[in-house]
Structures are given as structure tokens and as C-alpha cells.
Design a protein around this ligand. Structure first.
Ligand code: ZN
Length: 712
């Protein structure tokens, strides 16, 4: 996840915001910060370079409300200032959406009166000090993300100062460059944006000077008792800042970081910064900031991170952290980063892996996104609930995939390189992307971007009336109709025709609810497949998907059926799990003796306990036939037998074929409690078997019959 710094450059009529302060353009922050770890305090000054503009009589900055302003100077002379501890967000912030207000919840206002006749560029220096200590905590209700919150912390475990901690005076929106000199007890290393210019210890204190010449949309300061390693990758210095107990991991992170920096520098344009640092955090995060990433200890220790998330975070230095996102027109950077990182690595492993990944995107969109929660890509900000991820990451990645297939690799990368050349260190939106792709291809892409970016939804395809005829000699024709169900899109649909010894790949352009298919061949066609490799962003047909756990996990109308015949310990554990799985206000939780057929039809059903404990198997058990069978403590599943293990498996709901049925039988109440919310991570599987909490078997049921592939 990329840390999102909300920036809204909305052009509002001046009259309606007459009372709001003018936002000046800040060119540069030069911060000197002395940290006292024991006292949790910062003692700092910020010399701010401001661009003058007409009618600018006053500057208004946001600053952490625990910080005391000691002095303000304008062009070296003492200036009048006023601190306003309480303010109404509506009076000063241009964007007053809920999350934006939250961003300023911790701030006070610093109002500085400006003397007349200032130059075009002038300097304001603010000297301030105070305590910032909000130890990371888990918010009251977090279903989807491993969310830990802090409003900034200077503490013995580490220092984490994010833009929302307002640790230096900043305005609502500005792309400024930054320079930070930190002073910490020796043994404490700091990291922030840009290059490390100097690093020296004197009298038991360490002074580090960081400088980023390029503008950025916010600034973090991180510090900890780090072991620092470095490696040169061409012009870029790679660093690892890890805790002493994790130094064994440093080598691997250095090597892989260098590899990704080189790979993307070649594929795109040169890496935009002088350094890249992998920084270990003392609480769970997965943030990518300009020129570094901050990963929680648990994440850093996962063996697969160097193959997946690390590359993703490094690529964000191009997408999102140097070409910045214009959030007012939608966050495009996650889809593009997912496409060029997570998906790209699958393509390097082979076409089957890539196909499976695309299938997963289409499948998850189909399962998690519905008419009620769907929104267009130009409204995506960042991922919150699962469905937002399926749109803002998954669908967005497919929009880039279809673009690449349309214009070809050469033009695809050329357009992206031009996008960087024109928009680096500026904010950019989908319109800029469209412009670059139209420029290199000479194509008009209005319809494409309109239907995929500015509108909701995805097409669903069907094939009907397929027939083949022998005309004369060895000539054959193949006909049929391609149907677009739901809304009609303009699509380039890949089609495969199968022959005895080879396969023909072609593309059909459709922009209608019904498009006739008509082919003639010199040999006998044996079958036809519509988008068999999932190259189109689309809603999958029921028959293209095998039932998976996310059917039930993603359904806000899910029905959880509790067992009435289990032991009190089991009953209590299952009851707690049910309340974890269903957010307050969603779905229903009933016992097997209360639940009605109408309830079981109303959504995906989650059955807890075995058939001995839960009577609802009597109504729904037929769905398990041939796949899962219970015999006392023994279960047979996917051709294997397990005793004393926990099993979770998904099927189609026999009373409502569009919905899922999920059954979970645990080996002990303890397993129910410890597996609990971990289930959320297993949504893509049809079944799992656990020994304790360790998955010892997992898989997806094979798809029985794909309705988009017709064989004669
Ligand atoms: Zn990302």
C-alpha cells in the first residue's frame, strides 16, 4: 500500500471561500530538527521559501497542536504571528471530505502577518518545539487492512512522523522540495526523502543532512536504532535501515532493490532519485515514499517480499512518488504499479501464471463489485474495503493491460516514458495518460477512457448459436453470435479457433449487444473460445468460476449459520467468529434451528461446525457431494482423507446458484479463535485444510464447463 497524501487542487469559485486563506506556493522547506527520544520531543526550525503573490498579507500554516511556536522571522526580521488552537475545517480547508478533515484533526493554525513589499521569493523561518507522542494503536474496527494508526510518535521504539502529524509548518497543498538536518543521540539513524549529504557523530550526537532537490507532496521523518548497510547501483545508492536482529536480511534487500532499480530504469526512464532505502518499521506498515519504503518487521521478514512487494514499492518511485497523483481526477498509480510489478513478475514466470492472475482480477471484480458499491476509476482514492481494491487496483491494471494489447509493447512503453518526461515532479491524471497514448498511437481513445475510467462496470460476454458448415471441398465456415450482457462496451475481444493440430488467434471488435461471428477456414474447426485467456476486463459468467471462499467472505448479505449441537466452548468460539466475519449492520447470524429456507436463499451461506453439530447440512449438504464428506473426526476432501484437522471449503449455494456456500469445521475451539480473521486472506481458494493454524492443503475446484468455449 502506498501512503496516500490527500491533495485536492480543486478550482472553486473565489466568492464562496472569501474567508479562506490564500494558499501560497511553497518552494522549499529547510528543516533542522533535534530529537529528544526520552522526552518524546522535537526542537526544530523550518526556513520556508515562499513564492509571493498578489494580496498575500498573511500566511496560514498547519502545525501539530502540541508544538509551541517560539519565534517567526520574515526575511530575517521578527514577524507578528498568532496561534489558533481550535479551528473549523470548513473555514480553512478547501477539501472538507471526511478523511481530509481527519488529516487535520491534530493541527493548529499558525497565522503569520507579512510585512509589505516582499520580493517575489521570500523566506519565513519558524522556530518551534514540543512533544509528539501518540504510540501506534489498532483502530477500534478494522476488517480489511492491518491498520495501525498514529498521529506521530517520538519514542524509544522509533520515530515516525508522517505529514498528518504536522511535524513542520505546511500549507494545504503545495509541491515543495525539502532539506532536513536531523540531530539525534548517536546510535539513532534518521531517514527521509532525497540523498544523504552528510553523516557525522560529535559529542555523542549524530547529525545527518538529507536533501531532495525535487518537489514532493509531503514529507516523513523516520528514525530508529538501525543497522545501516549500503550498495551502489550505478548512480543510485541503495540503503537498508534494519533493526540489529534483522541484519541477516539486509544483503537480500540490497541485492533485490538494486535489481529492481536497474530493471525499471531500463524499462522506463532513469530512477528519479539519488537513493533508495528499505526502512524497517516498529509497527506494521507497507508504505512507499519518494526514494524509500517503510516496511513493518513482520512484512520485512516474510521471505517472498523481495519477489513481490519490494518491486512494487520501488516502482512507485516512478508512479505516484515522482509523477504525483491528481486525486481530484482519480488515483491511477496503483493500477499501473500493480500491472508493471505484481502482474509483470507473473509474466516473467510464464503465460499460465499471467493468465491465472488476470483470471483472478476478473473473478474478484465479479465477486466483490456490484451495482451498489461500484464506482468509476476517476473516483478511486485509495483502498479501503476489498471492493475498492478490486476496482482501483485490479480493474485499473486491466485497463493498462488492454491498452498494451491494443497499441503493442513498443508504443505502450513509449507513451509511459513520455508521460514521465512531461509530468515528473508534477501532479498528473488519467487525462494526461490518455493524451500520451493518443499521441504515440495516433488513435482516438475517447470512448476507451470514457467507458473504462469515467464510467462504472464491466461487460459480461456470452456466445450463442455457434455452428459450423462445410461449404465446398475442404472449405468450412463457422458462425455464431457474441452477446454483451449488461451495459454495452466497445471491446476488442480475443477469439481462439481450435483445429486438429493448431489454434488460430484473432480479435473481434464489438460495440453492440449482439455481434455476428462469421469465419471461413481451409480446415475443419473443432471449437471456438471467447477470451479464453482472460485478456478483457469483464464480469465472469457463473460457469467460468469455481466456487471460492471469497463468495461468502465478500457478500454483505452473508448468512452465518451457527451450530446448535456443539459443545459450549465450540459454540462460543463460532459465535465470536461469526461476529468478526460480518461487519455490524451487514448480513445475518442465525442458529441452524432458527434459519429459514428464505434466509438461506438470500445470500451466501457460511455454515459453522460439522454435520453432527449443525443441522443445516440437511438442507444444503447435497452441494458437497463428491467433494467433501464428513465421517466423525475424519473428512475426505479432494481425494484425500484427514483426521483431526480443520477444514474450510466453498461450494455454490444449492438454494441460490449465484451465491456461495462455505463450510468450516474446526478441530478445536482454539483453532476457531486463532484462525478467525486470517480466513480473509484465503478468499481465492475453494478449500483449505489446517493442522493447527498451518494450511497443509489448499486449492481451487476445477471449472467444470466454461460457457465461453464451445467444442463441436
Ligand atoms: Zn501500491
Amino acid at each position: 500500500m502506498r501512503k496516500i497524501i490527500i491533495l485536492f487542487l480543486l478550482l472553486m469559485p473565489v466568492a464562496s471561500f472569501a474567508r479562506k486563506p490564500i494558499i501560497p506556493e511553497i518552494k522549499h522547506h529547510k528543516i533542522e530538527a533535534r530529537l529528544n527520544i526520552q522526552k518524546h520531543t522535537i526542537d526544530a526550525s523550518d526556513e520556508i521559501l515562499v513564492k509571493n503573490r498578489e494580496n498575500l498579507h498573511e500566511l496560514v500554516f498547519f502545525l501539530n497542536r502540541n508544538l509551541r511556536v517560539k519565534a517567526v522571522q520574515v526575511e530575517g526580521n521578527p514577524a507578528e504571528f498568532q496561534v489558533v488552537p481550535e479551528f473549523s475545517a470548513a473555514d480553512v480547508i478547501r477539501d472538507v471530505r471526511k478523511d481530509t478533515k481527519d488529516f487535520y484533526a491534530n493541527a493548529q493554525l499558525l497565522k503569520i502577518t507579512l510585512p509589505p513589499h516582499l520580493l517575489n521569493l521570500f523566506r519565513v523561518k519558524v522556530t518551534y518545539a514540543g512533544k509528539i507522542y501518540d504510540p501506534p494503536h489498532v483502530p477500534a474496527y478494522a476488517r480489511d487492512a492491518a491498520a495501525v494508526e498514529t498521529r506521530g510518535v517520538i519514542g524509544g521504539k522509533g520515530v515516525f512522523l508522517a505529514p498528518e502529524s504536522h511535524w513542520f509548518p505546511a500549507v494545504e497543498t503545495s509541491l515543495a522540495s525539502h532539506e532536513v538536518t536531523t540531530n539525534t543521540p548517536s546510535g539513532w539513524e534518521t531517514v527521509t526523502q532525497g540523498a544523504r549529504i552528510s553523516h557525522k557523530t560529535e559529542d555523542g550526537r549524530l547529525t545527518v543532512h538529507w536533501k531532495n532537490d525535487h518537489p514532493a507532496d509531503g514529507l516523513y521523518l523516520i528514525a530508529g536504532r538501525y543497522d545501516v548497510r549500503e550498495l551502489q547501483a550505478g548512480p543510485v545508492t541503495i540503503y537498508t535501515y534494519v533493526f540489529p536482529e534483522d541484519t541477516a536480511l539486509a544483503e537480500k534487500y540490497l541485492t533485490y532493490s538494486a535489481k529492481y532499480v536497474k530493471m525499471y530504469s531500463k524499462l522506463l526512464n532513469p530512477y528519479p532519485y539519488k537513493k533508495f532505502a528499505v526502512v524497517e518499521n516498529f509497527f506494521p506498515t507497507g508504505y512507499g515514499m519518494p526514494s524509500y519504503t517503510v516496511l513493518g518487521q513482520t512484512v520485512l521478514r516474510l521471505p517472498f517480499i523481495v519477489y513481490t512487494s519490494l518491486g512494487h514499492e520501488i516502482l512507485h518511485n516512478w508512479w505516484g512518488n515522482s509523477v504525483f497523483v491528481d486525486y481530484a481526477t482519480g488515483n491511477w498509480c496503483e493500477g499501473l504499479t500493480m500491472y508493471m510489478a505484481d502482474y509483470y513478475y507473473k509474466t516473467l514466470r510464464g503465460p499460465e501464471q499471467a493468465k491465472e492472475y488476470r483470471y483472478g482480477i476478473d473473478r474478484n471484480y465479479t465477486l466483490y463489485v456490484n451495482d451498489k458499491n461500484d464506482f468509476p476509476l476517476d473516483r478511486f482514492l485509495n483502498r479501503t474495503a476489498m471492493y475498492t481494491r478490486m476496482i482501483g487496483y485490479g480493474k485499473s491494471a486491466m485497463v493498462f493491460h488492454m491498452l498494451r494489447r491494443w497499441v503493442g509493447d513498443a508504443q505502450f512503453y513509449e507513451a509511459l516514458r513520455n508521460f514521465i518526461r512531461h509530468k515528473q515532479f508534477q501532479i498528473a491524471g488519467w487525462a494526461d495518460i490518455q493524451k500520451e497514448f493518443e499521441a504515440v498511437s495516433g488513435l482516438n481513445m475517447t470512448v476507451y477512457f470514457d467507458q473504462w475510467v469515467h464510467k462504472t462496470g464491466a461487460p459480461r460476454l456470452e456466445i450463442k448459436d455457434v455452428s459450423r458448415h462445410k461449404t465446398s471441398g475442404q472449405k468450412w465456415t463457422l458462425g455464431g453470435n457474441l452477446l454483451q450482457k449488461e451495459r454495452v462496451f466497445r471491446l476488442r475481444v480475443p477469439i481462439q479457433v481450435y483445429f486438429r493440430s493448431d489454434t488460430l488467434d484473432t480479435v473481434l471488435v464489438t460495440a453492440q449487444a449482439k455481434t455476428p461471428l462469421s469465419f471461413s477456414f481451409d480446415q475443419k474447426p473443432l471449437g471456438i473460445g471467447i477470451d479464453p485467456d482472460y485478456n478483457v476486463m469483464r464480469r465472469l459468467n457463473h460457469g467460468e468460476m469455481s466456487p471460492v471462499l471469497s463468495l461468502a467472505l465478500s457478500d454483505e448479505n452473508a448468512v452465518i449459520v451457527l451450530p446448535s449441537r456443539s459443545t459450549p466452548e465450540f459454540a462460543e468460539a463460532y459465535r465470536l467468529l461469526a461476529h468478526q466475519l460480518i461487519p455490524p449492520g451487514d448480513g445475518m447470524i442465525k442458529s441452524d434451528v432458527e434459519v429459514t429456507n428464505a434466509d438461506l436463499k438470500s445470500g451466501s451461506v457460511f455454515v459453522l461446525g460439522s454435520p453432527e453439530e449443525n443441522a443445516v447440512y440437511g438442507k444444503m449438504g447435497a452441494a458437497l457431494k463428491g467433494r467433501l464428506a464428513f465421517r466423525g473426526k475424519t473428512v475426505s476432501l479432494a481425494g484425500n482423507t484427514y483426521t483431526g484437522k480443520s477444514v474450510i471449503a466453498a461450494f455454490w449455494n444449492p438454494l441460490n446458484r449465484q451465491k456461495g456456500l462455505c463450510v468450516f469445521q474446526a478441530a478445536s475451539p482454539k483453532v476457531v479463535r486463532s484462525l478467525g480473521m486470517k480466513m480473509m486472506h484465503y478468499g481465492k481458494y475453494s478449500y483449505l485444510v489446517f493442522d493447527g493454524t498451518k494450511a497443509i492443503a489448499k486449492g481451487e475446484w476445477p471449472v467444470k464447463e466454461n460457457p465461453l468455449i464451445v467444442k463441436f
